[in-house]
Design a protein around this ligand. Structure first.
Ligand code: FES
Ligand code: FES
Length: 163
């Protein structure tokens, strides 16, 4: 398999990664970059567990060729908290609302919510539902997750402004 080098910005830092040319973004992030917060659920674009943000847009990293992020900015769940370890408001609100059980889906929900809030800091409940509609949770259900994002959108976490 032909090797290529992908240069991109990962969680705010420039990186250069050598990969097989047909590598998925999901695999490059987890294996070459060692960031295992991004999960594989279905592998076919149905569950959202692999969601990351590329140039401000939430994408399913299982469907994206790693080579395509050359020159772009990629944010994973490892990149949302502050350097001192303070959780992002979305993460904190998910904890406060008991909006996870096994947690396998949670990184994907966090990234979809972040992508929404970066574009629209005060979405309606319906806008939140639409933004999270590509993310599946098999154990918690959706009400607490939507409530968590709504709490952030309402300004409840304004003392922890979203990045
Ligand atoms: Fe990518 Fe399910 S693993 S959408
Ligand atoms: Fe288990 Fe969502 S918390 S799949």
């Amino acid at each position: 398999m032909k090797k290529i080098t992908v240069n991109f910005v990962l969680n705010g830092k420039p990186v250069s990664v050598e990969i097989d040319e047909n590598r998925r973004l999901l695999d490059m992030l987890r294996e070459e970059c060692g960031l295992t917060g991004t999960k594989e659920g279905c592998g076919v674009g149905e569950c959202g567990a692999c969601t990351v943000i590329v140039d401000g847009e939430a994408v399913n990293s299982c469907l994206v060729l790693a080579a395509s992020v050359g020159g772009k900015s990629v944010m994973t769940v490892e990149g949302v908290q502050k350097p001192d370890g303070t959780l992002d408001p979305v993460q904190q609100a998910i904890l406060d609302n008991h909006a996870l059980q096994c947690g396998y889906c949670t990184p994907g929900f966090v990234m979809s919510a972040k992508a929404l809030l970066m574009k629209n800091p005060h979405p309606t409940r319906d806008e939140i539902r639409v933004a999270l509609s590509g993310n599946l949770c098999r154990c918690t259900g959706y009400e607490q997750i939507i409530q968590a994002v709504e709490d952030v959108a309402s300004g409840k976490y304004n003392e922890m402004p979203a990045k």
